[in-house]
Design a protein around this ligand. Structure first.
Ligand code: SF4
Length: 332
């Protein structure tokens, strides 16, 4: 079994990843392992929260899921089809069904174009489900529909990105991601640049749209309180690998991996019910020079000799919950 293989949900997955690796060649023959052998499945209709500290590889994994970057090894399947090595031309008809919302709502909107023009672009570029080009009238109607979906007035279509607040710009980014009626949306830190009060509104919008449109999300975030608000399951990443995965309440209220336990204790708004306060010292080690053994052993309060030489695989700790630790916490 792959070292990061996770439990497979009962329904056929919309997205299935096996042994995914993304490496970068550095000068002097070094290799940076941004994603180091991840396997997981995402079922249609669910929201998988992907959490971890900055630099742990979660954004790179999100981009690999949608084939926005090449994959070094492993396999990505979407709707049951292996898309790992498809050329962009072959991927293009699938793009409408798999979309991304980026963190930086300002940088991702062209300041010189009206919002209506930005949102219309994917509708002009991609044909409809019957393979036909959309008419101007169809695009007009769709743009108004999108504004209503994300809670903005139709007059927003005539304005420019700088005229909006950060929260409003993120609503526009969500509208753009939804323009082609996707099934899967990977949201990469979509609220981390927003004020806390606005964060809650945008997360609620994501949840409402999921329920209304039957969307499936991979929700990348470093804030566990945000992830808890929207996710059915949570995958915790550390140094390129998933170290804990399971149903949200089980993982966040009863963490079995010391890293997750430390994260739940460290967030400014602690997760209610977090079982113990474990300090998280030091920085994430370099993914270039990582040694043997458990990838968390240099920071773990429970490290033992075995941890320094043997890498733990993900194993069940309770139903619907796995952790990669030789000595998992009881989580009570
Ligand atoms: Fe800590 Fe050892 Fe578990 Fe790694 S395997 S998280 S070092 S107790």
């Amino acid at each position: 079994m792959d070292k990061n293989t996770t439990g497979t949900p009962s329904a056929p997955p919309l997205l299935d990843i096996r042994g995914l690796r993304k490496t970068y060649r550095l000068p002097r023959g070094q290799t940076l392992k941004a994603v180091d052998g991840v396997s997981l499945s995402v079922t249609a209709g669910e929201t998988l929260g992907l959490v971890g500290e900055s630099g742990c590889g979660k954004s790179t994994l999100g981009r690999c899921m949608l084939r926005l970057t090449d994959i070094s090894a492993g396999q990505v399947s979407f709707e049951g089809r292996d898309i790992t090595r498809l050329r962009e031309r072959t991927l293009r008809p699938l793009r409408p069904r798999m979309q991304m919302v980026f963190q930086d709502s300002h940088a991702s909107l062209n300041p010189r174009r009206r919002i209506g023009d930005i949102l219309a672009e994917p509708l002009r570029v991609h044909p409809d489900a019957a393979g036909r080009r959309r008419s101007a009238a169809v695009i007009y109607d769709r743009l108004h529909e999108l504004m209503e979906l994300v809670g903005l007035p139709a007059t927003a279509l005539e304005r420019y990105a700088h005229e909006f607040s950060g929260g409003q710009r993120q609503r526009i980014n969500i509208a753009r991601a939804l323009a082609l009626s996707p099934r899967l949306v990977v949201a990469d830190e979509p609220v981390s640049a927003l004020d806390v009060s606005i964060q809650a509104q945008i997360v609620n919008l994501f949840a409402d749209l999921r329920d209304q449109l039957g969307l499936t999300y991979v929700f990348v975030a470093h804030d566990l309180a945000v992830v808890r608000q929207i996710s059915n399951r949570v995958a915790v990443m550390y140094l390129g690998a998933i170290v804990e995965l399971g149903e949200t309440d089980s993982v966040l209220h009863h963490p079995a991996h010391p890293y997750t336990a430390a994260l739940t204790a460290a967030v400014p708004r602690p997760v209610v019910g977090a079982s113990r306060a474990i300090a998280l010292h030091g920085d994430v080690p370099s993914p270039v020079t990582r040694g043997t053994g458990c990838r968390f052993h240099t920071r773990c309060a429970y490290v033992q000799d075995r941890c320094r030489v043997e890498e733990p695989a993900l194993r069940p700790v309770r139903p619907g919950h796995e952790a990669a630790c030789h000595f998992p916490l009881a989580g009570d």
